[in-house]
Design a protein around this ligand. Sequence first.
Ligand code: GRF
Length: 208
Amino acid sequence: MFKIGVLVSGGGTNLQAIIDAVESGYINAEIVSVVSNRSKAYALKRAENKGIEAVFISRKQAGSAEAYERALVKHFKDRKVDLIVLAGFMVILGPTFINAFENKIINIHPSLIPSFCGNGFYGLKVHEEALKKGVKVTGATVHFVNAKADDGPIILQKAVEVKDSDSAESLQKRVMEEAEWKIYPEAIKLISENKLIIENNIVRRLDR
Ligand code: GRF
C-alpha cells in the first residue's frame, strides 16, 4: 500500500480533505503518520480522531534546524513513507530533509504560482497581496518541493474568481473550498497511481 506522511502546523483542513479522500476510496493509500511542530495544532486532533498516528516533534528540543530535519527524516524513513505531504507546515525545510526525499515531497500554496509566492508569502498575506494587486482570478497550486520556497515543479493548479466584495478572509475561504481541498487529494491520487513524471522540471501526466 502507498504510504503517506503528513507535516502540519495548524488547523489541518487540507489534511482533513486528504483523510476524507482516503476514507472514501478516492485515494488508494494509507496515511501512516501526521507530524506537527506545534503540540496544540488542531490537525493532530483530526488525525487522532481517525486513529492515525499523530506526533508532536519539537523544533526547539531538536536544537538546530539540521537536527530537527534529521529527526523528521528518521521518523518518516522508519515508517517507509512513499510521499511526504506538507499541509500548512510552517517550518522551512532545508537540504537535509529535502535531499532525503527527492521528488517525494509536495506542498500546496494558496495562489497561482508564480504569483504571490516565495519567502514571506503565507497565510492571509498571500490573499491580501492578491487583493492589493486587483487580480481577477487567483487560485491554488500543488507542487513538488525543492530547495527554494514555492519553486518546485508544478503538479496541479486551479483558478478561483476574485470578487469586488472580497476581504482577504473571504478570498482565503473560497480558495480553500474551491481549489485547495480538491486539487490536493487529486495530486496525491495521481502520484500514488504513478501517473506523473518530471522532465526538465516540468511535470507531465501519463494519463492523458
Ligand atoms: C493553506 O492555505 C495552504 O495553502 C497553506 O497553508 C494553509 C493550511 O491550512 N500551505 P490548513 O491547516 O490545511 O487548514
